[in-house]
Design a binder for this molecule. Structure first.
Ligand SMILES: C[S@@+](CC[C@H](N)C(=O)[O-])C[C@H]1O[C@@H](n2cnc3c(N)ncnc32)[C@H](O)[C@@H]1O
Length: 285
């Protein structure tokens, strides 16, 4: 197998992939599908994802981030391999060998592979070895969390934008941590992935920077799993509440008024616009 970095570099300099214009998202394609498993509940896997997983001989999955109930429900008879603790040098030959032996291989990522998923480096390495790949989208954790909270991430009069972000840490320099900037914009719902363990530090930084301590924060642990839990508070209180709850991973942190649907307004869509005959701009649905 080639060095994965060679595959990444080759992909970066290659011509635009013609499949971009020939295939649509959701269409079955030749090769190994990289499937978004959704947030946890087996029912939140897409229909296409479910059918591909059911037909698989080998399922390489994201370990504890994928609900084991989903694996037992849809692919109990397939060989199942967790990707946790395996580097590209181990994962890629595993998938190449199985695919070349004529087995049906799927790669299951949690949520949607496009959000903090590291799918592309595997796909580029596989393509470099002559194995085609494609993406099948899934429900990302922020969407499950907003459903659990019975709110919207964008909300009329409250939040016009959504940021998917992560806090500084081993893989993100403090200079690249933009949580304070998103919160400071006021009308952004800030969805923090990979930040459960660091919520106290994150809130302390927001307080030190002068952000409103009363800003709502909701944390959804294991959204859509049977042990889902919701901890609510503010920038000032959520750190202590999370410490008491004891969750160190697998939670989505939502900062902003939309988390508690505070003060939203009736929308134009189901008001004045409903009686118009032509649409001049794109609307919500
Ligand atoms: C490596 S990222 C993968 C994100 C995934 N690709 C997605 O689209 O949801 C893992 C982080 O996603 C969040 N996460 C994933 N599944 C979750 C769930 N069911 N409930 C809450 N947060 C979840 C947590 O913040 C976790 O630390």
């Amino acid at each position: 197998m080639s060095d994965p970095q060679t595959a990444i570099d080759a992909a970066a300099t290659a011509e635009r992939d013609s499949r971009i214009h020939e295939r649509t998202a959701g269409e079955r394609q030749e090769g190994i599908p990289f499937i978004g498993a959704g947030p946890g509940d087996p029912g939140l896997l897409t229909v296409t994802g479910k059918e591909l997983v059911e037909a698989a001989d080998l399922v390489v999955h994201a370990g504890s981030l994928v609900n084991s109930e989903l694996l037992t429900t849809y692919c109990a008879d397939a060989e199942q391999v967790s990707s946790i603790g395996k580097d590209l040098e181990e994962l890629v030959p595993l998938m190449v060998d199985a695919y070349e032996a004529g087995r049906s291989v799927v790669r299951l990522h949690s949520g949607d592979p496009a959000v903090y998923g590291a799918a592309l480096e595997q796909m580029d390495a596989l393509e470099h070895e002559g194995v085609p790949t494609y993406l099948v989208p899934g429900v990302t954790a922020a969407f499950a969390a907003s459903a659990s909270l019975r709110t919207q991430l964008t909300l009329n009069g409250v939040a016009n934008h959504v940021a998917f972000t992560r806090p500084q840490g081993t893989t993100l320099d403090p200079d690249d941590d933009h949580i304070g900037e998103f919160v400071g914009m006021g009308d952004v719902t800030t969805c923090i992935y990979l930040g459960t363990h660091a919520i106290g530090d994150t809130m302390d930084r927001l307080l030190e920077a002068g952000h409103d301590p009363e800003t709502p924060v909701a944390v959804v642990y294991h959204a859509s799993w049977p042990d889902e839990d919701i901890i609510e508070g503010t920038i000032a209180t959520i750190g202590d509440r999370m410490e008491a709850a004891g969750y160190r991973a697998s939670a989505l942190v939502i900062i902003g008024d939309a988390a508690q649907k505070v003060g939203y307004e009736r929308s134009y869509l189901y008001g004045e616009w409903a009686n118009r005959t032509t649409a001049e701009e794109e609307t919500s649905d």
